[in-house]
Design a protein around this ligand. Structure first.
Ligand code: M5T
Ligand code: MG
Length: 241
């Protein structure tokens, strides 16, 4: 059956090594279509939580549910594939731009890929490449800028059309104009899907339905931007610098 994008964590404990727990008692609930953001200092566990949403690892204790199906311990690659991921380092392979987008859904038609690229805000730069959608990328897309690679990653996720998404915001070295293009593409991609966003700039989490503030493997505060500001706790500190 189709998943709706409802995701729930209940008392989740996790460690990459069972002797060293790095996430403690994580509880969270995302309604279909909500945007959940994670903030917190380095090593707090943001990436680890998204690794678990993706089911890259089994958890030690607790439950992870998609649409009420507990997937915490059993391998369900079909469920895992239902999530779209836009990682900082997108894996692009040697092949055309079109095939790199199609990787999100192997039986997608050219029209579907182009539609996804338009939604992702990637169409314009692709059209300007020497052979447009038929331009061959070198391994890992070294002939593209970081921002262009991200736009392709967004297009790839869009063609997969998943009910839930994980977005890892780029930290570094994309110029303001490209960054605006990427964030426009991401906004279009997130519309109508549950989205988990690791944000490195607090400005991009302001509109989240719930912001999770993490520290040392725990969620220490949660709420909307305004609620967290009123709380005058850790988020407020981060925000006011
Ligand atoms: C949380 C450890 C890491 C830290 C804790 C990804 C990863 C992390 N860790 C591992 O042992 N193995 C791994 O593969 O887990 O780390 P995180 O989740 O990566 O933290 P973050 O995403 O909040 O940090 P950052 O730097 O990306 O902002 O003890 O050593
Ligand atoms: Mg991280």
């Amino acid at each position: 059956r189709e998943l709706t994008g409802e995701v729930e964590f209940e008392n989740v404990d996790f460690g990459y090594n069972p002797d060293k727990i790095v996430l403690h008692d994580i509880n969270m609930y995302a309604k279909p279509g909500q945007k959940i953001a994670f903030v917190g200092s380095t090593g707090a566990g943001k990436t680890t939580i998204t690794n678990l949403i993706n089911r890259f690892y089994d958890i030690q204790d607790g439950k992870i549910r998609y649409d009420n199906i507990n997937i915490g311990k059993i391998k369900k690659p079909d469920l895992r594939r239902s999530l779209g991921i836009v990682l900082q380092d997108t894996h692009l392979f040697t092949g055309t731009v079109m095939d790199n987008i199609r990787y999100g859904k192997l039986d997608a038609t050219d029209e579907e890929c182009i539609k996804a690229a338009k939604l992702a805000n990637a169409h314009d730069f692709i059209k300007r490449l020497p052979d447009g959608y038929n331009t061959v990328l070198t391994g890992d897309g070294a002939n593209l800028s970081q921002g262009q690679r991200q736009l392709l990653a967004i297009a790839r996720a869009a063609v997969a059309d998943p009910p839930a998404l994980i977005l890892d915001e780029a930290t570094s070295s994309i110029d303001t104009r490209t960054e605006a293009m990427v964030s426009k593409g991401m906004d279009a991609l997130m519309a109508g899907r549950t989205s988990f966003v690791i944000a490195h700039r607090l400005s991009t989490v302001k509109d989240a339905d719930c912001i999770m503030v993490m520290e040392q493997g725990r969620i220490i505060e949660r709420g909307t931007h305004d609620q967290l500001i009123d709380m005058k706790g850790r988020y407020y500190q981060l925000y006011t610098g």
